[in-house]
Design a protein around this ligand. Structure first.
Ligand code: PDD
Length: 289
């Protein structure tokens, strides 16, 4: 069952117009969320980011946060899901071709959810390969990566390059050549017991997982540094990992054919365990905001 506009409908009936500007121009925004044992993790934070992305493109979300939160749970229930991945999409809606948002009187609102498919265990036991690609992350004064928009070609081009290089995830640099982020993930690296990650103003999405990891690192008294980092710095790192809502903390074993060993490293393992404890606490209701 899919939640479309304001009600649950069977997948076969969840249809949108070929004139939807989400389809014609990538004009819209989305969020990906994860539910553990029936609890949606960081729902309020995802809701805040959904509304922020919408406001950054002048899009009115057609539902109130409280209604959306209920609809997320109703969608999970209708599909009998406990461990799930949920996506909320809001597009500009249908209207005649043309760029003017006023052509579209009614945004399209969709929630769908599916069972969470576990990543292969070896991604965590051994790590994944990443490659620094030629495609640069969008310049934030052209299309701000903080808008979690439907316009994903920048990331898709990077993903194509990564696949050609035999890598699981691409690492994009920003327009100035500093490390930015992955196609669907944030990136961290560690050396000499300092955990480094590109700062938000390099032009990246402020990942919710990234924020949690930085908080956990502080709790564990791991020194952290957010800044502008050159590729050499990540090449020389002792540990690298990527993060997002569904991957959590995913170790990297190789960057541009340079092996990181041992992977996962000490800090990566600590953060991975602490992240899972955080999730467990959250679903018990200990850490909800
Ligand atoms: N992607 N950077 C980019 C470009 C992303 O698309 C994502 C998330 C992240 C990590 O954000 P978070 O920790 O809040 O999930 C960073 C989601 C998972 C997606 O595209 O489905």
């Amino acid at each position: 069952m899919i939640y479309l506009n304001n009600k649950l409908v069977p997948e076969g009936k969840a249809l949108i117009s070929v004139f939807d500007h989400g389809f014609l121009y990538g004009d819209g925004i989305y969020e990906t969320l994860r539910a553990y044992k029936g609890t949606v993790f960081m729902l309020d934070e995802h809701m805040d980011r959904l509304f922020r992305s919408a406001s950054m493109i002048g899009l009115m979300v057609p539902q109130k946060p409280g209604t959306i939160k209920k609809a997320v749970y109703n969608t999970m229930e209708a599909n009998r899901l406990d461990d799930a991945v949920i996506r909320i999409t809001v597009s500009r809606g249908a209207g005649p071709p043309g760029l003017d948002p006023d052509l579209c009187p009614k945004p399209t609102f969709v929630i769908f959810a599916s069972a969470f498919k576990k990543y292969p265990g070896q991604y965590y036991r051994k790590g994944v390969k990443v490659a620094i690609v030629n495609t640069r992350r969008n310049y934030n004064k052209a299309l701000d990566p903080q808008i979690k928009s439907l316009n994903f070609l920048n990331n898709i081009l990077a993903k194509i390059e990564a696949k050609k290089a035999g890598a699981y995830e691409a690492i994009m640099l920003n327009y100035r050549g500093y490390i930015a982020e992955g196609t669907i993930s944030n990136v961290f690296f560690a050396g000499n017991n300092v955990l480094c990650t590109p700062s938000i103003n390099t032009g990246i999405l402020d990942g919710i997982t990234r924020r949690i990891i930085l908080d956990i690192a502080k709790e564990l008294k791991i020194k952290t540094m957010e800044g502008n980092f050159r590729p050499e710095e990540i090449y020389n790192a002792q540990e690298i990992f990527i993060s997002n809502t569904t991957m959590e903390v995913m170790p990297v074993t190789e960057i541009d054919n340079k092996k990181i060993s041992p992977a996962p490293g000490k800090i990566t393992k600590m953060l991975n365990r602490a992240y899972r404890r955080k999730v467990a606490g959250y679903i018990k209701g200990e850490n909800k905001a």
